[in-house]
Design a binder for this molecule. Structure first.
Ligand code: NAD
Ligand code: UDP
Length: 333
């Protein structure tokens, strides 16, 4: 199939392009490079030995998006493009609502116009808010604590309404847990701008000596060792989950958790990283980070039953591949 991948040069999008190309699909990447680099397209080509088509286009640019649908026979869309920094979204709500919601609406509009009925959407475990773990897809959603999270809740709602009005439309909403790690080649991975907000890139930058010490946000949660627990998933497993979702699309809206189903605490992740890579990670415990929940992990039964997909790479592999990418890439990657 010809798959339009929005945000395809970003962290998860680039790994998914690799998985799609390896599964025999063609990809048309649309990305405005607001959080990615053009060279990533070359890296995808290097890894797969296959060509990709790349448009440097902003998805809120209605005319430019229309032209892409005019130029290609598109069979399906995987929509990754979004702004994703939780803290920034609190400071710049309009930017987040505008970018994330208008992008989704423009893409869906042209899918309907050009009879593209296959649509896969990047949602997030953040929509579960403070539900009880493990989170399953039938749970009622609690309000999220930030505009970023709300853009995911609202986009899910928009897609449900569109599918209701257009019975041929098939949508998979994928709720990701905590993607970490990198492609085993070390060519593509996560390279956040500035000081990382997320745990794994912070750890790899401490390992590299770019940052001095990790701050562990709280050790008094009601968890196995008092630190926060998350469902870390290898980004290549996640990418493969998208291929499975695309292959198993059904009419209407279907929601799947993409995680491992296993919770790992912050201290357990630090230990796994040290063991996997033989590097000590200095850390100190500081106050809780506002807005954090104690535990977040998935019930992954539905994805396995309906998509035939489950994550296979363990926490050591995640730590090894994350470090392999960090050490192979210069500061300005
Ligand atoms: P990323 O920032 O690496 O990738 C997003 C890509 O979209 C970037 O390349 C960016 O340049 C592009 N983009 C943003 N707005 C655009 C626009 N208007 N037009 C064109 N391109 C645009 O992020 P990621 O980690 O790969 O996340 C991909 C998706 O998964 C996002 O929707 C994100 O909200 C969601 N998600 C990510 C995580 C995570 O921890 N990484 C967790 C849950 C959900
Ligand atoms: N965390 C931490 N130090 C950091 C970054 C994160 O202790 O520098 C903790 C955070 O409190 C949470 C876990 O690591 O318990 C995962 O946080 P991350 O930001 O990676 O993901 P999210 O909060 O989105 O699940």
């Amino acid at each position: 199939m010809n798959i339009l991948v929005s945000g395809g040069l970003g962290y998860i999008g680039s790994h998914t392009c690799v998985a799609l190309l390896e599964a025999g699909h063609s990809v048309i990447i649309v990305d405005n490079l607001s959080n990615s680099k053009k060279e990533t397209a070359e890296k995808i080509i290097n890894i797969t030995n296959k060509q990709v088509i790349f448009y440097e286009v902003d998805l809120t640019d209605d005319k430019a998006v229309s032209m892409i649908f005019d130029n290609h026979k598109i069979d399906g869309v995987i929509h990754f493009a979004a702004l994703k920094a939780v803290g920034e979204s609190i400071k710049k709500p309009i930017e987040y609502y505008y970018n994330n919601l208008v992008s989704t609406m423009v893409l869906v509009k042209y899918c309907l116009k050009y009879n593209v009925n296959k649509f896969v959407f990047s949602s997030s475990a953040t929509v579960y808010g403070e539900n009880r773990v493990p989170f399953n897809e039938l749970m009622e959603l609690f309000p999220t604590t930030n505009p970023y999270g709300e853009t995911k809740v609202m986009s899910e709602r928009i897609l449900k309404d569109v599918a209701q009005a257009n019975p041929m439309f098939s949508v998979s909403i994928l709720r990701y847990f905590n993607p970490v790690g990198a492609h085993e080649s070390g060519l593509i991975g996560e390279s956040p701008n500035g000081i990382p907000n997320n745990l794994m890139p912070y750890i790899t930058q401490v390992a590299k000596g770019k940052l001095k010490k990790l701050k562990v946000f709280g050790d008094n949660y009601p968890t196995v060792d008092g630190t926060g627990v998350r469902d870390f998933i290898h980004v290549v497993d996640l990418a493969e989950g998208h291929v499975a979702a695309l292959n198993n699309l059904k009419k209407g809206v279907h929601i799947y958790n993409l995680g491992t189903g296993k919770g790992t605490s912050v201290l357990e992740l630090i230990n796994a990283f040290e063991e996997a890579n033989g590097i000590k990670i200095p850390y100190e415990v500081v106050d809780r980070r506002p807005g954090d929940i104690a535990e977040c992990y998935a019930d992954v039964t539905k994805a396995y039953q309906e998509l035939g997909w489950r994550a296979s790479r363990d926490i050591f592999r995640m730590c090894k591949d994350a470090w392999n990418f960090e050490k192979n890439n210069s500061l300005d990657y």
